[in-house]
Design a protein around this ligand. Sequence first.
Ligand code: BEZ
Ligand code: FE
Length: 329
Amino acid sequence: MDQNDIKVLPMKDLTVDNITENVIRINSQNDDPRLTYVLERLVSHLHDFARETRLSTKEWKAAIDFLTAVGQICSDVRQEFILLSDILGLSLLVDSIDHPKPPQSTEGSVLGPFHSHEAQETPHGDMVSHDVNGEPCLILGSIRDSEGQPIGDVKIDMWETDSSGHYDVQYEDRQGPDGRCVMRSDASGNFWFKAIKPVSYPIPNDGPVGKLLSKLHRHPYRPAHMHFMFEKPGYDHLITALYLRGDPYETSDAVFGVKSSLLVDFQPADDSIAKRCDVKTGSLVLKHDFVLVSEEEANSLREEKSQKALADLGRMVKMVDGLPVPDVD
Ligand code: BEZ
Ligand code: FE
């Protein structure tokens, strides 16, 4: 847009009662309807928040200082804003809105800040953790579509902590990736690897988010889990995790990621699995069938849910690229 096209709207003497409409109006002169809509809702909710809480200047300054501290502790390997979003339940909410799941498909869970792109492509059957203190286990996975057909050549990304509850990226002296791998499902939709039994661990709590949790009398623990990400063109990107049933934090995950459908149990390896996968009979095995949703199905479910949510709010919107924008035509 040419700078000369920008209209200067007359605004002065703004008050508690009319500032919101004026800020929304001046933000609406751009040519991106999605940006206009998102900012309209953001300003509207932020202003209502301030009006409803009767926000004091002292509290607003404390919030600015808190967000500044969240930014200042961030680095290449520390993402405090993701932690903040996670402990506020926003990460899980956004994932659930953007990746709706029909019944019977694998539910999503939080990504967290510890996924990295360093994992090597690993052949099936390899051990992906070098932690000698971890309890070895075998993971046997399958990937199917909602009709039960196997999906081959899916890129599978897995990451987990070591036995002390730390991800490789949390060690300053790390030599390379550990406790993570990337592999592809075979033509029958199967994949398998050796890893260590996951443990529960606290999310990083030595920064502003940790201080907030302790002020709120909330613990920082996540139940034992193993993260998975699945990608294949034509299928909705799935970020999920498997959680060990019976973990002490199963019902109080600090970041709200646990779903009943993602709870799993280890079983002892029988002779046939032991022989086939080169593990000891009786050692820990986890079998899990993952179900991916096609992109088409995810897109139509997302749109259907958006239309319903916005109709319930009484908003006149239309969908552009699957996302709502104001319907001004
Ligand atoms: C994780 O599971 O890796 C994680 C998730 C949210 C916050 C911190 C860690
Ligand atoms: Fe984790």
